[in-house]
Write a protein that binds this ligand. Structure first.
Ligand code: ZN
Ligand code: ZN
Ligand code: ZN
Length: 380
């Protein structure tokens, strides 16, 4: 069952986003932005082509000019139905014509003949970028994520509502999954349960359903396998996807039957680290301080070498995006940012523990968008 509610954004919202993006690009010294199908295009226009193909689709944002969407003629009718379409000029092209020459015309001028640098979506196809470079040898290109990492980072109230609803659906999924049988079933069985529950609670897209039992839990990237879950296993659960266009991502670590003292101790440690990371969240604090706060708890307990990834990542129309909670990221937190706080401890060959909530920055601190218990849950 797919539950979908209308996206609460209007053409004016998309127009404002495109204007802000063009302005931000100019402030960053860019002549404009080239946006390929994917999360940036969805966020800027509401348009998601059903298939991304070798035919060029590209949003061209140049400060001071109207936004133009270059689109294959056969897809133009669909593009015209996008909520943001009234804020755009559609420039369609037919098979057999060279879309790059026409697009190059849109890029000419803003730098007055000097070399112009454009930000381009990270997921743009290399063949499109290479053809543009050939058509306009005086242009250079920068990764949009590197040039404007905070473009989508600060969420408005409608976006926060959607993220909170996605988080509540993920929480409802955890409340159900803790009641299913773990012992004796395969990781892949529990993963299928998770995917079914996420969809039942309104997700239209499931991005990941990690079920990492026993020694598999020591690999943060372990997704799911055929291992049969045994009594005595720790099981890391990490799941999420998109509900009404916005992401969820939460982790809890459960135990099958009674845990050992060490398992309790490590779980408690990760819980305290997660709490410390959350407590560090407030406006003006650098992203790296969230990482440091969580990491210090684990390092002080002697487990520093077993916390082998960053503490968090942003979330929005994708489940992983800037800002990153990582040493060296000095970007200050701003009210409306949303990101994960997900420290973990991974003991090779034995077990792992990770606890993850999505957190949003408020005027005075942080607010969790996941709120199931962070105590260790014992499952059957
Ligand atoms: Zn155990
Ligand atoms: Zn996760
Ligand atoms: Zn995450």
């Amino acid at each position: 069952m797919t539950v979908s509610t209308p996206v609460p954004f209007t053409a004016d919202d998309y127009r404002a986003r495109m204007e802000r993006a063009a302005r931000t690009a100019a402030e960053a010294g860019l002549a404009g932005l080239l946006v390929a199908p994917g999360p940036d295009l969805v966020w800027l226009t509401g348009y998601a082509p059903t298939a991304t193909t070798e035919r060029l689709t590209l949003l061209v944002l140049v400060p001071g000019r109207d936004p133009v969407l270059v689109v294959p003629a056969l897809e133009a009718p669909d593009a015209a139905k996008a909520t943001g379409a009234p804020a755009l000029t559609l420039r369609d092209w037919t098979d057999g014509k060279d879309p790059y020459a026409a697009t190059a015309d849109l890029l000419r001028g803003p730098a007055g003949g000097r070399e112009a640098s454009f930000g381009i979506s990270d997921n743009a196809w290399a063949m499109h970028l290479l053809a543009l470079q050939k058509a306009l040898p005086t242009t250079s290109y920068a990764s949009l994520t590197e040039a404007l990492p905070m473009l989508r980072a600060v969420k408005n109230p409608a976006e926060l509502d959607l993220l909170a609803a996605a988080g509540a659906a993920a929480d409802a999924t955890f409340e159900e999954i803790r009641g299913v049988a773990f012992g004796g079933r395969r990781e892949s069985d529990v993963a299928a349960d998770l995917a079914g529950l996420l969809r039942r609670f309104g997700h239209s897209q499931v991005d990941f359903t990690i079920v990492a039992s026993g020694p598999n839990g020591a690999n943060p990237h372990h997704e799911v396998g055929d291992r049969r879950i045994e009594r005595g296993d720790m099981v890391v659960l990490d799941f999420g996807g998109l509900k009404d266009g916005y992401g969820s991502d939460t982790s809890r670590t459960v135990h099958v039957g009674e845990p050992t003292d060490e398992e309790r101790r490590v779980h408690n440690l990760v819980r305290e680290a997660q709490e410390a990371g959350f407590a560090a969240v407030r406006p003006g604090v650098a992203c790296q301080e969230v990482d440091r706060a969580a990491r210090a708890v684990i390092a002080d307990a002697g487990y520093g070498e077993y916390f082998i990834h960053r503490t968090g990542h942003g979330i929005g129309v994708t489940t992983h995006e800037p800002p990153y909670m990582i040493e060296g990221e000095e970007q200050p937190l701003v009210p409306g940012m949303c990101f994960s706080v997900e420290p973990g401890v991974y003991l090779p060959g034995r077990f792992g523990v990770r606890i993850e909530d999505i957190v949003t920055v408020t005027a005075t601190g942080g607010r969790r968008l996941n709120d199931t218990t962070r105590e260790m849950v014992i499952v059957d």
